[in-house]
Design a protein around this ligand. Structure first.
Ligand code: DP6
Length: 329
């Protein structure tokens, strides 16, 4: 193939990844468990451009900035080396979720890029190899290769060969829903990579975070297997708050929340005290993701949409693995 288009969905971690055990191969220091979302995806076309002298990247209708282009080109270099080709590429990638929604798109973006680019260079990789390669682009992208409930393994090999994600359960096992409450459209000042590196270097709590994650992973696997909503939600909030507490204990402390984020944390806990089951999780930004069951979506949405500072609410169920939608020579 010389041109290939892939779709990969975003994911949200229920047990968080924060910290690396190897920077070059981007190996995580902790495992993580996520759900892949059907409502948010990246669609990426990679076309070989034999006559071009440089790669070209169009992200959400615009020429990529220098930082994005350098990161993407370095990633394509890995695929060029694997395929023994030095051809340049033209990449067009679009997210179906609002640009500037303050949502990280590196997971769906790198997963779609990995699948489309390997196929454009005529490589057909098994899913675990695709996941390992996507991880080199962005740790969370390794999980977006798979659908449903997914676990990222830290692995033990120094070459990273077993630091890959694997599917735990398909979406149908337990069709949870997510509400994504947008509280700011500003770009975050400190991205995940930089934030986790600062945390590992400076937080006195870092080692405890690493050790305590094993129990969270086991408890989360059990909760998902048993479809125990309360246990799943309690561990998700625990892992989320622990990750943010850890980030705050870096020096200088990292605070990804704004005042609306905090209001929403309390609002979700208030819903529970009124008997409405809902739990929150938050990534390296101010948006709040509410995990709920299908029958409660309408009431939760209604209550939270009335809060000051909620700019937009996106809704999603659980989604499929990354897949190819078109190819030609
Ligand atoms: C808070 O996958 O964006 O969303 O591997 O450096 O690209 P890099 O980091 P990234 O980090 C995601 C961090 C998180 C938690 C999670 O998704 O597990």
């Amino acid at each position: 193939m010389s041109k290939s288009t892939a779709i990969a969905h975003a994911n949200i971690a229920l047990v968080k990844y924060w910290g690396k055990r190897d920077h070059n191969l981007n190996l995580p220091a902790v495992g993580s468990i996520s759900v892949t979302l059907d409502g948010l995806h990246s669609k990426t076309t990679v076309e070989l451009a034999p006559e071009a002298s440089a790669d070209q990247f169009i992200l959400n209708g615009r020429e990529a900035n220098e930082k994005q282009a350098a990161r993407t080109s370095a990633f394509i270099d890995k695929i060029r080396r694997m395929s023994g080709s030095d051809k340049r590429v033209r990449v067009i990638s679009d997210n179906n979720f609002p640009t500037g929604a303050g949502l990280a798109s590196s997971a769906s973006g790198f997963a779609a890029l990995t699948l489309a680019a390997t196929r454009a260079f005529n490589l057909r990789l098994a899913a675990d190899l695709l996941s390992g390669l996507a991880r080199e682009g962005s740790g969370s992208a390794a999980r977006s290769i798979f659908g449903g409930y997914v676990e990222m393994e830290i692995g033990t090999e120094s070459d990273g060969r077993d630091a890959v994600a694997k599917p735990l359960f398909p979406s149908e096992h337990w069709p949870l829903r997510l509400l994504i409450l947008i509280t700011s459209e500003a770009e975050k000042k400190i991205g995940s990579t930089e934030g986790m590196n600062l945390t590992a270097r400076t937080s006195p709590y870092y080692d405890t975070w690493i050790h305590s994650s094993l129990e969270d992973l086991q408890n989360m696997r059990d909760a998902i297997a048993a479809r125990d909503f309360q246990q799943m939600g309690e561990i998700a909030e625990f892992s989320c708050l622990k990750m943010h507490g850890l980030a705050m204990s870096a020096n200088p402390g990292l605070i990804y929340w704004n005042e609306v984020t905090i209001e929403l944390i309390h609002a979700v806990r208030n819903l529970r005290s009124q008997g409405i089951p809902a739990y929150f999780t938050i990534d390296a930004g101010p948006q709040v993701k509410v995990i709920c069951q299908p029958e409660d979506v309408a009431v939760i949405r209604e209550k939270l949409s009335q809060m000051d500072g909620v700019i937009n609410i996106l809704e999603s169920g659980l989604g499929p693995k990354a897949y190819i939608i078109g190819e030609n020579d």
